[in-house]
Design a binder for this molecule. Sequence first.
Ligand code: ZN
Length: 221
Amino acid sequence: MNGKITSWKDEKGFGFITPDGKNEQVFFHISSVKKATRKPEVGDAVVFETAKDSQGRLKATYVLLEGVLLAKPAASKKIVTEPVKKDALDYFTYFILVILFVISLGLFMKTGTPVSALVPGAIFLVISFFISSRKKQPANKLFSCSKCRSVSSHDERTVLAWNRGFNRLYCKSCHQAWLREQPKEQQESRSSYASSKPGCLGLFLVIASLGRAKARPLTKR
Ligand SMILES: [Zn+2]
């Protein structure tokens, strides 16, 4: 719809638009005005859309000041960091794992010596664990801080966080501010957690003990 601003209360941030060829006034609030290089003024030609408010009254929802330059968008555009993606090597590894599983399942049913069939699968399971947990690099070297919105380049800390599946990343100063807020005890337990890597070794030990448990009755036979 086209119209003209016929009333504007700058200190209150609202006014009224009279649509072209009509004898009515439509309320509009500054929040509905598309950000321009200057404020609305009486007499401004506008293009607008209308909607009913919660009490059923007509109001302008989208007001564009005709012939007034629009304000520039915010300078720092937010960089969206894509989550870690599986690549061809990951899928190939999973594919091999499935094939090995099917083969060992077949051997289980055909032969009476299942432990030997498990060995290549177990070895590959360990290898595939290392493959899928290897460190990847984000596609964009820059990221937007989730708190202060500033743009920084990735460092070891943020790449590690990203690899662990965190998609909210924080710049150095926000991170340090956050660390200072944490109680001392928590800080220590968190850093000790970060330094220990139970994953790989733990999995290996589980597989090793599994193999032994099954191997023992066979060797006694
Ligand atoms: Zn920040």
